[in-house]
Design a protein around this ligand. Structure first.
Ligand SMILES: Nc1ncnc2c1ncn2[C@@H]1O[C@H](COP(=O)(O)OP(=O)(O)OP(=O)(O)O)[C@@H](O)[C@H]1O
Length: 230
């Protein structure tokens, strides 16, 4: 099976005034369909930067990103936006829920952008909330939900759009241990039963104990890899 996502010698530098930070220094990575994988490493090692580049949220300084057999690193902003809408689900802190929309409307939001008709998007959003065990909370706004429930709505929103891949940046950060474990169990079930590919960035040992593969980053380089039994 060919990889879903692939990078070749991926590099990213940020310039802030006179200071240049080399966040990624040549990363080669392949993510295959149905993986349940974490990018792990210390703070500042480049995990979020890597996830952003893989999801087409930013351009690399050098190197290549391939989605299937399409090279995506050089695409225009609008082409990347279209690609994100159809291929990727994001569970990122910076992409949190829209405060004035209910949980159901938030879960349906990407479908609205995709032009899915109203009745179908409500049915799919509700089905996604059900999968995450929060169908009864569909009417609530984000500020009426706990942190864990909000994270589940974010996963439901990603899922409802039926992406090939869900990219999740520290999805269990700030969750108490029971809520974190419940969210992990839901994502595992989606992975096993629906075949959704998950790629996380995390340093949460709870999540790391459940992934099947961990790619370790340090100073912008892959320094090791572990496979775990399912
Ligand atoms: N927009 C930016 N401008 C300047 N420097 C940045 C920017 N984004 C990230 N960096 C720097 O790039 C390096 C990698 O950051 P990144 O956020 O990818 O690491 P991380 O492993 O996700 O860290 P954390 O676990 O703390 O979230 C860090 O040194 C960071 O300060």
């Amino acid at each position: 099976m060919p990889p879903l996502l692939r990078t070749r010698n991926l590099r990213k530098s940020y310039r802030t005034g006179e200071v240049e930070t080399h966040a990624l220094r040549g990363v080669d990575l392949e993510i295959y369909p149905q993986e349940f994988t974490a990018i792990a490493g210390p703070s500042g090692s480049g995990k979020s930067t890597l996830l952003h580049l893989l999801g087409g949220l930013d351009h690399p300084s050098a190197g290549e990103v391939w989605l299937g057999d399409e090279r995506i690193d050089g695409l225009s902003a609008s082409a990347l936006a279209a690609l994100r809408l159809t291929h990727f689900g994001f569970v990122f802190q910076a992409y949190n829920l829209i405060p004035v929309l209910s949980a159901l409307e938030n879960a349906a939001f990407v479908l609205e952008l995709q032009g899915v008709p109203k009745r179908e998007r409500e049915a799919r959003a509700l089905a996604a909330l059900k999968v995450l065990g929060i169908a009864d909370l569909g009417e609530r706004r984000p500020n009426q939900l706990s942190g864990g429930q909000q994270q589940r709505v974010a996963v439901a929103r990603a899922l409802a759009a039926r992406p090939k891949l869900i990219l999740a940046d520290e999805p269990t950060a700030n969750l108490d241990s029971a809520t974190g474990e419940a969210l992990i169990a839901h994502m595992q079930r989606l992975n096993r039963e629906e075949g959704v590919t998950f790629l996380f960035s995390t340093h949460d040992p709870r999540l790391l104990s459940h992934v099947r593969r961990t790619v370790w980053l340090q100073d912008g380089r892959v320094v090791g890899e572990e496979a775990q039994a399912a």
